[in-house]
Design a protein around this ligand. Sequence first.
Ligand code: PTJ
Length: 259
Amino acid sequence: MTDYDTVSADVEHEEEIPEDHPRYQDLLTRHRIERGVEKGITHLQGMHAEGRGSAFDYLLGEETIPSADEAERAAAAHLLLADRPVLSINGNVAALVPGEMVELADAVDADLEVNLFNRTPERIEAIADHLREHGAEDVKGLEADARIPNLDHQRAKVDADGIHAADVVVVPLEDGDRAEALEAMGKTEIVIDLNPLSRSPQVAEVPIVDNIIRAVPNVTAHARDLADADEAELRKIIQAFDREAALEEAERRIRDGEL
Ligand code: PTJ
């Protein structure tokens, strides 16, 4: 019997999943989403979303492809140049990368704002508490005292001094109507989504086609690396990034990837 056969079907703590397991990232992701649902953080629909994402990740080879790494560096440059950057958090993001989002916010001096499709006061509170448990000091999204124009569902509810006033917004793991509405407001959007054909990466200035579990720590690493870069250097990185080429490369990898 290999070690892999000893992974319990019902993992209690994520440390029980051996890091050298060939499906480690997928098992970890599933475990975090399950715990998120149990804690009232993640909506049951979040399991669907994760299943879809993991299928794309499988086809991408479960690795950060070079064009995604370039997108992650461009994202870091945008965030460092921004006046009011905000990282948007939904139930899947909170379950998968709570501490990593707090670290990124810290590295680029951004706000964290909870914004939900299936919005209830209980979930908003549970997610804000979860982020605080992972080191967040200030969590936005509870006031919801402003609206994104031309969006007729709960995701339109934002904080006036958060997403509504932001110049750069990180939008992970959601479908495209809010991304389109934010773009119409003139915001620079950084989208993290494993499906390059989804509307949100299609409208994003920086589409990151990568698993959020890998993407967020890598954006943070780039931001730390670029912490002393001057404005000209950051602008050069932004200009050199080709969003169309990145989307095409991700789609090509998914269609032609050798597994
Ligand atoms: O928490 P709420 O109420 O705001 O609801 C959140 C969900 C995720 C349920 C909601 O936004 C939703 O239904 O999203 P979609 O339309 O399923 O879109 C999610 C996108 O994220 C899909 O394109 C997936 O491929 C992608 N995705 C899923 N898991 C990951 C991912 N992308 C990157 N990393 C992942 N781990």
